[in-house]
Design a protein around this ligand. Structure first.
Ligand code: HEM
Length: 561
């Protein structure tokens, strides 16, 4: 038991029992040594520390670190023999730069990167490496491999480094917010945001507000269809649902109705919508370009302008509400609010952090729900049987076009299955990420150094015939136990379907998003028979960061008796 620390910290690290109280530095050293052992195992004698070979130390350290870091089922139960079999990142198969450029720009996958996942999986297997500009990605495309990454993601997972977002925040002296901050800082922000967003009971308190917004959506559809040439068609349903998504999330965040579903959309909102589009598009370009180009090319300036507009609108809305709250307090009136009031009064975040977190919630909460709802309506319009079944379910639980309560939603399994199936066919975030910066990890028999960026190929797993029977079909019943045609319709690995991500870093808006989508879809089904336009061509998805329709979805809304 005389293992000694060999790293710069020079602590008195001795004995196996000391492993349980190791300082992170020592743990790093041991993991690095274990990694070296794995690399040297093919012939080169392992490093020796008194009493242990590095191989046996690796087993002890890895087991201990699994406990220390609180990881579940750490896949690295490396025995000495297993450690010998581990391969290095450089041994991974994958396309070179020329091949990637060919696929993206000659074969036309630049805006179909969700499909490229499947193509590359068939060429290289379920784990491969791809390099493009500053990106060096390890792609994993099986539920087992995703589970291995997630199990080793550490206590404060990072999705991806966003240096250009961070540069913008630094430029403007802003707080970092959820996407840019990491470690304890990120955890502090999430701990402040989670309680009112992720607890079912808390989110249920938002139901009356969401119902009001859904009511406005129904009126808006009525207006738009009555103005159309055939009196029933709503063209570009996604853009109508975008307004619904914006109104829904901002009514919760800002506790104010903005009027996005009114005849004339407020100027501020139009500016915000444009800024979000610009920022997301430019974000993809700016990250590829070297820093020096920012002074020469126009993209960085436009990216900064888009963020400026985005933050400006969010701050104006927040300040407006803060002034109202202050006026109420000055008049001795009690202040009742939802999200913003809660954040401001909880004193857990600085005002600068509230600004950026609210902006990020707004950013995450609009396209996601609106695109998912668009695809759900599109498929229900194509599948008369599914639409009939959903209509029957909703009307049996809520007759006479009554608004469902959150408790009643739990008696609508088919409604939930429709949203799940939509998110399986069109996961709005088609590929997630984990940047494992703190630990070296083992995935799929490969040993990866710290700071490896993993790309979790969620889209291709959702479409894999080995995971889902008739994977290309819209079959909501696969999510219903007992009513699916075969048992394996609903049997799948838990990491096959993670549209909201997974673990502590998973989507903070999941519950709110689900409630919004369930309310909107159930009310639309009560009021309308939704149909496709005659002779409408199939609509394919495309990737623009998110998975979105490649052309407008036009739907006919025929009022139900
Ligand atoms: C259909 C609806 C939605 C889908 C499919 C979705 C999906 C996702 C996914 C996949 C992630 C990454 C999770 C991970 O890394 O494991 C994420 C993160 C996030 N989402 Fe959502 N989302 C939706 C709606 C919303 C809504 C309504 C909001 C706002 C209320 C929101 C706010 C966020 C934020 C702020 C993050 C970053 C969380 C963090 O990094 O700590 N999302 N979402």
């Amino acid at each position: 038991c005389v293992c000694v620390c060999v790293c710069e910290c020079k602590c008195a690290f001795t004995a196996i029992c000391a492993l349980w109280t190791l300082r992170p530095k020592c743990l790093e050293t041991c993991l690095r040594s274990a990694h070296m052992h794995a690399r040297f195992s093919s012939g080169v004698p392992p490093l020796r520390v008194p009493g242990y070979t590095m191989g046996s130390l690796a087993v002890v350290v890895l087991r201990a670190s699994a406990v220390l870091l609180g990881r579940r089922n750490l896949s690295v139960q490396a025995t000495t023999t297993e450690a010998r079999k581990l391969k290095s990142i450089d041994e991974l198969p994958g396309p070179g730069l020329a091949t990637t450029l060919y696929w993206l720009f000659v074969k036309g996958y630049a805006n179909k990167s969700h499909l490229l996942q499947g193509v590359q999986k068939s060429l290289y297997g379920p784990i491969w490496r791809s390099r493009f500009g500053p990106f060096d990605l390890v792609n994993v495309a099986s539920p087992e491999l995703i589970a291995q990454v997630i199990n080793q993601e550490g206590r404060y997972p990072v999705r991806a480094e966003l240096p250009h977002w961070k540069n913008y925040r630094d430029l403007r002296g802003q707080a970092y917010g959820l996407h840019v901050s990491s470690g304890l800082e990120w955890n502090r922000l999430r701990s402040a945001l989670n309680p009112k967003m992720l607890k079912l009971q808390e989110v249920s308190a938002f139901a009356p507000t969401i119902h009001q917004v859904v009511g406005d959506l129904l009126q808006r559809i009525e207006l738009v269809r009555s103005r159309s040439r055939d009196k029933v068609t709503v063209s570009d349903m996604t853009s109508e649902l975008y307004k619904f998504g914006f109104e829904g999330i901002s009514s919760i965040l800002f506790e104010t109705r903005l009027g996005c579903l009114q005849e004339k959309i407020p100027e501020d909102i139009l500016r915000f919508i444009k800024a979000v589009n610009d920022m997301l598009t430019l974000s993809d370009i700016v990250i590829l370009l070297p820093r020096w180009s920012r002074a020469v090319l126009p993209y960085w300036k436009r990216f900064v302008q888009a963020w400026d507009d985005l933050c400006d609108v969010a701050q104006t809305l927040i300040n407006r509400r803060v002034a109202e709250i202050e006026a109420q307090l000055a008049n001795g009136k009690p202040v009742e609010g939802m999200y913003l009031t809660y954040l401001l009064s909880s004193d857990r975040l600085s005002r600068a952090e509230v600004y950026i977190c609210i902006t990020e919630l707004l950013l995450g909460g609009v396209d996601t729900t609106s695109n998912t709802l668009s695809w759900a309506l599109y498929h229900l319009a194509r599948d008369r049987e599914a639409q009939g079944r959903l209509h029957d379910e909703v009307t049996s639980v809520c007759p006479d076009k009554r608004e469902p309560t959150t408790a009643e939603l739990s008696r609508m399994p088919f409604l939930k299955a429709v949203i799940k199936e939509t998110l399986r066919l069109y996961p709005v975030v088609p590929g997630n990420g984990r940047f494992v910066s703190e630990n070296e990890v083992v995935v799929g028999g490969y040993w990866f150094p710290k700071k490896t960026q993993f790309h979790l190929c969620h889209y291709t797993i959702c479409h894999d015939e080995a995971e889902f029977v008739d994977a290309g079909l819209f079959a909501p019943e696969r999510w219903l136990r007992g009513s699916a045609p075969t048992a394996n319709h609903y049997q799948h690995h838990p990491y096959c379907f993670i549209p909201f991500g997974v673990g502590v870093r998973a989507c903070v808006g999941k519950r709110l998003a689900e409630m919004e989508m369930h309310f909107a879809l159930s009310r639309l089904m009560q009021h309308y028979d939704v149909q496709l336009e005659d002779g409408a061509a199939p609509v394919e998805p495309k990737t623009r960061v998110l998975l979105i329709p490649s052309q407008p979805i036009n739907l006919r809304f025929l009022p139900r008796a």
